[in-house]
Design a protein around this ligand. Structure first.
Ligand code: SF4
Ligand code: FES
Length: 250
């Protein structure tokens, strides 16, 4: 087992008003089996022991589910490994002596709260504007009463893999949230439960995305390339089709 000695160039920022700056740190003797977040935990213990303020970063599940561990590592949202969240990135993918640059998501609808932590409540507001289905009270329907074709179910499941992390926004030069919104709109448009609000949903969620300050899709595909859940850009085509469908049907 190798040990790693690293230099870390990390963005420090007190709040959204603070201009922020990079600071350089060193961590030595790291185990290559550590995750990237465990490496930051080691650094934070050192900082706390020496009376300095720890690096603020978001995390929760640490198993690629919650979408909290948002940070840009060496210029790439969630770091260098394809289809991998920061919490599932391991230190064996780095070399002894490396300097690693770590920054928050850079997008105006995601203001920095502190250091690497950004406010992603704009995503919550987009979800509140239409990312739900009607719930009728009463007993649960029989599982076989609503058959869904295998291909449709798998398509909806692929869209449902979106964890709402915001890497697509951070990767896009227009800070577009199109891939996130498209995944949510498509998932619900494919399923019977999503039909009652189908047209209103796409109108509301796209309007809210614009209102929150996200830019237009650039069609360059950087969102798909950096998405840790490898959500296909084809869902943006499906979202646009849903939008036109609503326009035509009224
Ligand atoms: S589409 Fe991908 S990158 Fe965007 S929020 Fe969902 S999981 Fe994250
Ligand atoms: S901490 Fe939950 S996805 Fe990384």
């Amino acid at each position: 087992m190798k040990n790693l000695n690293l230099k870390l160039k990390i963005w420090r920022q007190d709040d959204s008003k603070d201009p922020g700056k990079f600071e350089l740190y060193e961590v030595n003797g790291l185990n290559t089996h550590m995750s990237f977040l465990e490496m930051l935990d080691v650094l934070n213990e050192q900082l706390i022991d020496s009376g300095r303020s720890p690096i603020a970063f978001d995390h929760d599940c640490r198993e690629g589910i919650c979408g909290m561990c948002s940070m840009v590592i060496n210029g790439k949202p969630h770091g260098p490994m394809k289809g991998t969240t920061t919490c599932q990135l391991h230190m064996r993918h780095f070399n002894d002596g490396d300097t690693i640059t770590i920054e928050p998501w850079r997008a105006s609808p995601f203001p920095v709260i502190k250091d690497l932590v950004v406010d992603r409540s704009s995503f919550d507001r987009i979800m509140q504007s239409g990312g739900y289905v009607s719930v009728n009270t009463g007993s649960a329907p029989d599982g076989n009463a609503m058959p869904i074709g295998k291909e449709i179910a798998e398509d909806a499941f692929d869209a449902a893999a979106c964890i709402g992390c915001g890497a697509c926004v951070a990767a896009c030069k227009n800070a577009s949230a199109s891939l996130f919104v498209a995944a949510k709109v498509s998932q619900l448009a494919l399923l019977p439960q999503g039909q009652p609000e189908r047209g209103e949903r796409v109108f509301s969620m796209v309007s809210k995305m614009d209102e929150e300050g996200f830019g237009h899709c650039t069609n360059t595909g950087s969102c798909e390339a950096e998405c840790p859940k490898e959500i296909s850009i084809d869902y943006i085509r499906k979202m646009n089709w849903e939008y036109h469908r609503k326009n035509i049907k009224g």
